[in-house]
Write a protein that binds this ligand. Structure first.
Ligand SMILES: Cc1cc2nc3c(=O)[nH]c(=O)nc-3n(C[C@H](O)[C@H](O)[C@H](O)COP(=O)(O)OP(=O)(O)OC[C@H]3O[C@@H](n4cnc5c(N)ncnc54)[C@H](O)[C@@H]3O)c2cc1C
Length: 466
């Protein structure tokens, strides 16, 4: 089978990429090892910046319909963060299980003509000057590019011998989706995970009588990663955190994870690219991994579409690594810091107390909230310095000639096909401090100004050959 792009892995990253490629009219196929979607969710939430990104493609509304809850604010190692200081229409976490995000993205990709071949495990991979050849299950595929979205134990990475440098985990934690009796929380709260030598747990309702239980304590530190999470272990951890009144009645799904953190040094290897957990792993503290993967895919999709369509300017595809590698490196750093703050020894607790005090200062809280939510992302784009350059176009209303009000978001959604970059000379309800802006298909401002010469340069860099 010949396609433009082979996507390996139908997790959230691969499916988001599939939807973006489908939107751009690229012929793509997703190969997935699992025969059917599992229905389990590692991640439970979307950060504000991801909500903004999904809104650009009209995907946020359906996810809000499937959300369990909007959680006001976020957290850093269990310390409260307030997103309200940032200019965003979504100053909250969207509490929606990962499986529902995947189902929506898969449906969108299918609508746009991208097929997911389930039960097709990638086992072989070779690239040459013209393309990539891959074996997945019984089929042999030929693509012009291949993107490894196949998770933390990526076969793409393994098959190409791409190193995955970083740190082994030090803190071992467990997660279990359980049913229970007793006075359990009926709504989500921020995980108050003040470390305790006896252990700590966080409980949140997922609906249909199921609760998510995240826990760690001395017992988990001594268990190997592949040891099954037993009912006895879960019951002991529930008792430590919630007392004897909360009792386990069943386990639907359980797993172990650590705070291991690793990142590839290059996201592009010739015609093969890596995205999501295949490119970076870290502890789930703060709820960032799924968000990173979705935004990797969002950054990559339109660039790859331009490349296979023969329109891309030289170097456009390499901006994927240049823009996204530093974003994930920053997440690795913040999750490493959070892991330290969760270790219950005297020195760490003293440090935690100081960080807690600092986070009561609004300016400090804003900095960390921007880091965790993705709202502080600014890509280092070339051009005349301007506060908007490299930043997402802020929410604003544009008045067209007939004084019809449209949000900037609606305009991008309507024009979400590739190369929808457009210059808006339209009066806005807010002063952007620029006569005109050029916005990339991923919603980032890539040029501001009024000078036709510099606009021509920006158009050829970002829009390429028409
Ligand atoms: C306990 C826990 C809680 C978390 N909570 C959050 C949270 O609240 N917020 C957040 O943002 N993130 C969270 N995360 C992280 C998040 O779940 C991951 O970052 C996310 O799943 C990464 O998506 P992905 O698509 O890159 O990889 P994956 O979800 O791992 O998907 C990879 C896919 O590739 C497939 N695959 C693997 N090998 C092959 C092969 N050889 N051939 C074909 N297919 C293959 C797999 O079957 C899988 O479907 C959490 C993680 C854990 C462990």
């Amino acid at each position: 089978m010949d396609v433009d792009v082979i996507v390996v892995g139908a997790g959230p990253t691969g499916l988001m990429l599939a939807a973006e490629l489908g939107l751009a009219g690229v012929s793509a196929v997703v190969v997935e090892r699992l025969a059917a979607r599992g229905g389990q969710s590692k991640a439970l939430g979307l950060q504000p910046r991801t909500a903004e990104v999904l809104e650009l493609r009209g995907l946020l509304g359906p996810l809000l319909d499937r959300a369990v809850q909007l959680v006001p604010g976020g957290h850093f190692a269990g310390l409260r963060l307030d997103f309200g200081a940032w200019d965003t229409p979504h100053p909250h976490m969207v509490g929606v299980p990962q499986a529902r995000v995947e189902a929506l993205l898969e449906a969108r990709a299918a609508e746009l003509g991208v097929r997911v071949l389930r039960g097709h495990e990638l086992t072989a991979l070779a690239q040459d000057d013209d393309g990539v050849t891959a074996t997945a299950g019984p089929v042999r595929l030929r693509g012009r590019h291949l993107v490894g979205c196949d998770g933390g134990r990526s076969a793409v990475r393994e098959l190409l011998g791409i190193p995955f440098p970083g740190l082994d985990g030090r803190l071992r934690m467990a997660v279990a989706d359980i049913t229970l009796t007793g006075p359990a929380p009926t709504s989500w709260s921020l995980p108050v995970m003040t470390p305790s030598a006896a252990g700590k747990g966080y409980l949140a309702p997922l609906g249909d009588g199921v609760h998510r239980f995240l826990f760690y304590g001395p017992e988990q530190q001594d268990l190997p990663r592949d040891a099954p999470v037993t009912p006895e272990e879960v019951s002991r951890a529930l008792a430590v955190s919630f007392g004897p009144g909360v009792r386990l009645t069943g386990i639907r799904w359980a797993s172990r994870f650590t705070d291991a953190s690793r990142q590839v040094t290059r996201y592009r290897h010739g015609r093969v690219l890596l995205a999501g957990d295949a490119a970076h792993i870290h502890s789930p503290m703060g709820g960032q991994g799924l968000n990173l993967g979705l935004q990797d895919a969002f950054n990559l999709g339109w660039k790859l579409a331009a490349e296979v369509g023969g329109r891309a300017a030289d170097g456009l595809l390499d901006t994927y690594h240049a823009e996204r590698h530093p974003v994930a490196a920053r997440v690795l750093a913040n999750t490493r810091a959070q892991a330290v703050l969760l270790v219950p020894d005297e020195e760490n607790l003293a440090l935690r107390g100081i960080i807690e005090e600092l986070l009561r200062v609004p300016e400090a809280n804003k900095v960390v909230a921007g880091m965790i939510s993705g709202l502080d992302i600014r890509y280092p784009l070339p051009g005349e310095p301007h506060p908007l350059l490299g930043r997402p176009l802020p929410g604003l209303e544009l008045r067209d000639g007939r004084a019809v009000l449209l949000t900037a978001t609606n305009r991008l959604r309507a024009a979400a096909a590739p190369w929808s970059a457009r210059v808006n000379h339209t009066p806005t309800t807010r002063d952007l401090g620029a006569e005109a802006v050029l916005v990339r298909p991923d919603g980032y401002v890539c040029w501001t100004g009024s000078d036709a010469g510099s606009l021509t340069g920006a158009l050829s860099r970002w829009v390429g050959r028409p």
